[in-house]
Design a protein. Sequence first.
Length: 134
Amino acid sequence: MALLRHLALRCRDVETSRRFYETIGFEFVGYRPSGISMDLSDGTVNITLLPHGEKERPHLEEGEEYIHFGIYVEDFEAVWQRLHDLGTTMEKTVKGRDAIGQDQAPERAFKATDPDGNTVDITSDREEWRGVTI
């Protein structure tokens, strides 16, 4: 058995990305010894935010992006509202890939774009991903 416990994400601005992931529910753990990267965690998975300097990545459509991952949240509507208030782009439902409005949370899942263009599936459906127990 293998258990995912760590993701490292390259970011244009680690503090901006920190606010995005804290809005979802991850907690700041601390800065790395370099002082320019940091760790966040949900108590099970660690996310390390690393700067990627001046390099610009092209924007890629969902399905073609560099990184795409999903997060289960318990208080779905609160997370949606906090991301909305942060100005996050929320594009589609997860399974149907239907466009969603920006004024009201969809029923159970949506795709958000983090500050670096990575697609993050956010759901309150415990059966969103096959083979996963929450």
